[in-house]
Design a protein around this ligand. Structure first.
Ligand SMILES: [Zn+2]
Ligand SMILES: [Zn+2]
Length: 269
């Protein structure tokens, strides 16, 4: 766990889809955990080293790497449009297949021992996904002196949300504004809709004065609007193409790549 700014921490977990970020936001009355990972690490114990306050979990979307630590908590929220994918990813077979796909390369890369990784995998596989409550667009969580606001942004999945730390003008963006956004999944929205949402969030970020965003994968980005502009360019490029080239294989999924500098989207047609 690493402090990223005042009373706010990043927690990273390695699992079948690589490294994922979770964020712990601590107020005076409550704490909120934005995403809860694969379910492989003891999050409540880790959180107790920082705060004893009650914890609410806000899942940015229903994927295996963001929502499966839900069984460790009582108060968990997810947008209703991602309930189906949450159930699908929680299917035992899907979970086992995903964890089985992890190879030695990943262990070396993340410096985990075989034993550490096996323990993490067993912990995740030994629980069913937890119960979740419905998250609404615009919903605010009052943590005591700090407010988190939920912004629904259909994109990577139909039920994806961003979470704004209102007082600090920081956005936690799940998988909607990553350096590479996967828009090739069956639960992703069409590119024209994604572009519409990007422009809406661009306006929102400008109105709110949001510059910094923390993505679900990868490191903090200092210029939210610039990242959005690049993603809009990628989306325009993909939609204008006649020839989509070769598909890139990411293990979990395949898609065509549209790039703008180091930012890209993976899409299908
Ligand atoms: Zn995802
Ligand atoms: Zn993810």
């Amino acid at each position: 766990m690493e402090q990223i700014y005042e009373n706010t921490y990043a927690i990273r977990e390695v699992g079948c889809a690589g490294e994922v970020n979770m964020y712990l936001v601590v107020g005076k009355k409550r704490a909120a955990l934005i995403d809860c990972g694969y379910g492989g690490i003891d999050l409540p114990a880790m959180i107790r080293t920082v705060t004893k306050l009650p914890v609410t979990v806000i899942c940015t979307h229903g994927h295996i790497d963001h929502a499966f630590g839900s069984w460790m908590f009582e108060d968990v929220y997810l947008h209703p449009l991602d309930m189906e994918v949450y159930k699908e990813h929680g299917n035992r077979q899907m979970q086992e297949n995903s964890w089985a796909r992890t190879d030695m390369r990943m262990l070396k890369f993340y410096k985990l021992s075989k034993e550490e990784f096996a323990a993490q995998r067993e912990r995740a596989l030994s629980h069913e996904p937890g119960a979740v409550k419905a998250l609404e667009d615009g919903q605010c969580f009052d943590l005591g002196g700090r407010t988190l606001r939920v912004v629904h942004m259909p994109g990577h999945t139909a039920g994806s949300v961003l979470v704004e730390d209102v007082e600090h003008k920081v956005l936690f963006s799940g998988d909607d504004l990553n350096g590479q956004v996967w828009m090739c999944l069956k639960e992703s929205v069409p590119l024209a809709e994604y572009k519409k949402q990007l422009l809406r969030i661009r306006q929102f970020a400008e109105n709110e004065g949001v510059e910094i965003h923390y993505p679900g994968h990868g490191r903090k980005a200092d210029d939210c609007v610039k990242r959005i502009d690049k993603l809009v360019k990628c989306t325009d490029k993909a939609m204008a193409r006649k020839n989509h080239g070769k598909m890139a294989d990411r293990g979990f999924t395949k898609g065509y790549v549209a790039r703008c500098g180091f930012t890209s989207i993976l899409y299908k047609i």
